[in-house]
Write a protein that binds this ligand. Sequence first.
Ligand code: FES
Length: 110
Amino acid sequence: MDEFIKIAELSELREGKGIVRRLEDDSVAIVKLNDNISAFVNSCPHQHTPLVDGYGGQIAGEELTCPMHGWTYNLKTGKCVNQSGKLRLLETRVVDSTLYVRKPEPVTKW
Ligand code: FES
């Protein structure tokens, strides 16, 4: 569990609704869908719009659509279904009633 960081209690999650937590310099979004919990860096790969909270991306079924230009992501795979981008999904672990995520790798900036 060394690389995993506590991010939320399961009781905070609501089906099909996202929450946002800070993890050092990153904003992390967490969405619960049935038995799946998706955690990802809360930034659209297109032009970095926050996907949960902020401008309010729309969650429908297993998909999340960015409000800015409509890129739509599968929340289980992270893949964009109508463009070529991909969410930065974070590995999750649940221990007792607490959700942990693996800290995101820093993005290389050129
Ligand atoms: S910023 Fe998300 S689709 Fe353009």
